[in-house]
Design a protein around this ligand. Structure first.
Ligand code: ATP
Ligand code: MG
Ligand code: MG
Length: 529
């Protein structure tokens, strides 16, 4: 309910309504099952969901746009279904463009018979060139019979069929190049489709299938990203030429982020070449990636819905994304303590407790509902080298959540190997300059962990058209630091979000088990570096 209210509140900022909504609204989210969903797709999905379910109490369709078997897989389809469910998007119906392959084939025949389409075996390069120059293909005026015969060859995937495609007879030289006889059917003979197997040797293009299936499924409003704006007249042409039910097109802007690649083709390449760990790599902008990095679902929804009203293509900064998340996690993330393993400094508390003991303390200083943790006290502590190397002999410092202490002895320098402290609990913690984290090595079993911090994968804010992303790939986007954590970290589970005091927020990617260290991923907070 709270989730819904938040979505409504964010959604209210869409002062953009749809037209002709009196007879109900049907929207659709049409992912191609060729990769995992990323935050850009999520914008499309949430917008469709918002219009259908929040604003107009209509219907949301999920339609897999599975017209290119070379890129599509069951694995991707399953992941898309799971991720939408996770975000709380519930489509009323799920369908596949492949459900309509027979119907689309019929429409293609009809287009040919009515003189609206022709078979073309012009090679790709020439076709591109002719299209640029507004020159008609030599095949443009083939007879209906010839065209139907070639369509048959394409359907059978023969050698002749494989050389051809079918093009809509729209225009040779329309100033809008999207109108220059677009391809509507392509041969793809040797590939197995993940749903229709080897039934088909040719496949409709998105340009052809989308308007037809939208009309047939009763879509009233087709939301499309603005890079399709040039193709809107083409969409309309198909509806008019085939005398199909009209669909309103509503354009919205793509969401882009600085130093981030959102093209599925490029993300696939990063994964296939082992540059990242998989579709759920915490550095990727996929839903799984950002979740693994510690983004929460409510924050993700809120952030994306907030972006709605803008139709300008902006290159967004990650700052607000993570700041939105911080508001969500800060009030609930339990506080724990960790010390960096490398050059950790042994500290002896000269007047500390002779026998180690533990006390129950709040896991979150301002939120008792988060529960209690054990804090161990003894004469033997470890401190961070970073902190200790700034200590001066005789200085009064604060051991956080314990009290003040004087630095009595410093052994070694760069690195310091050992120090001696003398507790001064009546000292005023407000007056010390250095407040440090510490862990008792006695009275508790410490937990080793690997703490990861991640950076952008791309080193340039905005890749331009001519840029090759591989030239701007950051080879050092992940850095691991070994740390030692308080005993309570042993009880954490995969997916828990915590704060390590003075170190930041972390998501438990892998809980500690037996002697295996816990794996923690640093969660950005939106502060600029
Ligand atoms: P590609 O990597 O080939 O560009 P795609 O992003 O077009 O893939 P689809 O699965 O076809 O992938 O996209 C599903 C829906 O998400 C489409 O409606 C598409 O317009 C929308 N979409 C994709 N990327 C973004 C983005 N960055 N911002 C907003 N919407 C997006
Ligand atoms: Mg697409
Ligand atoms: Mg695309």
């Amino acid at each position: 309910k709270a989730k819904k209210a938040a979505a409504s509140k964010a959604g209210a900022s869409y002062n953009l309504a749809l037209q002709d909504t009196d007879k109900g609204v049907v929207t659709r989210f049409p992912p191609e099952p060729s990769g995992y969903l990323h935050i850009g797709h999520l914008k499309a999905a949430l917008l469709n969901d918002y219009f259908a379910h929040e604003l107009y109490k209509g219907t949301l369709l999920l339609r897999f746009d599975d017209t290119n078997p070379s890129k599509e897989k069951q694995e991707f389809q399953d992941a898309i279904v799971e991720d939408l469910a996770l975000i709380g998007i519930k489509p009323d119906k799920t369908s596949f463009t492949s459900d309509y392959f027979k119907t689309l084939h019929q429409y293609c025949i009809r287009m040919i018979e009515e003189g609206h389409a022709y078979a073309d075996d012009t090679d790709q390069e020439t076709m591109r060139d002719e299209r640029m120059k507004g020159i008609a293909s030599k095949n443009r005026d083939k007879s209906v019979e010839e065209n139907l015969a070639i369509l048959k060859e394409m359907k059978d995937g023969t050698a002749i069929g494989q050389k051809n495609c079918i093009r809509a007879k729209m225009s040779v030289d329309n100033p809008n190049k999207a109108m220059r006889d677009p391809v509507i059917y392509r041969c793809n003979a040797d590939i197995t489709h993940h749903r229709t197997g080897t039934d088909w040797k040719m496949y409709p293009t998105y340009d052809f299938a989308c308007p037809i299936v939208d009309a047939l499924e009763g879509v009233t409003h087709a939301l499309r990203t603005t890079e399709y704006t040039d193709r809107n007249p083409q969409y309309q042409w198909f509806l008019d030429t085939l005398k199909l039910r009209q669909v309103h097109i509503w354009d919205f802007s793509r969401m882009n982020f600085i130093r981030t690649e959102l093209s599925k083709r490029k993300l696939t390449k990063m994964i296939e070449t082992g540059r990242v760990w998989g579709w759920d790599d915490p550095r990727l902008p996929t839903i799984r990636g950002v979740r693994r990095r510690g983004m929460t679902i409510p924050a993700l929804r809120e952030f994306i819905l907030k972006q709605g009203p803008s139709r300008n293509i902006v290159n967004m900064d990650w700052t607000n994304f993570w700041a939105t998340n911080k508001k969500e996690i800060d009030p609930v993330a339990p506080r724990h303590t960790a010390v960096e393993s490398k050059d950790a400094v042994k500290a002896t508390v000269l007047n500390g407790p002779a026998t180690p003991y533990t006390e129950d303390k709040l896991k979150h200083p301002k939120n008792a509902s988060i529960g209690l943790k054990k804090v161990a006290y003894s004469r033997q502590l470890i401190l961070d080298q970073e902190d200790v190397k700034l200590f001066k002999q005789g200085e009064e410092i604060t051991l956080m959540n314990w009290g003040n202490a004087f630095v009595r002895k410093i052994t070694g320098s760069n690195p310091v190997t050992e120090i001696a402290l003398e507790l001064h609990l009546q000292g005023d913690v407000k007056k010390t300059e250095k407040k440090v984290t510490w862990l008792s090595t006695e009275g508790q079993k410490l937990v080793p962990a690997q703490a990861w911090e991640f950076d952008y994968l791309i080193t340039k804010d905005k890749l331009e058209d001519g840029d090759n992303w591989e030239d701007f790939f950051n080879p050092e986007s992940g850095k691991e630091t070994d740390v030692i954590c308080d005993c309570n970290v042993r009880e954490l589970h995969d997916g828990d979000i915590i704060q390590l005091e003075r170190k930041g927020y972390f998501r438990v990617d892998k809980a500690a088990k037996d002697d295996q260290p816990a794996v923690l991923f640093g969660i950005p907070t939106g502060k600029t570096k």
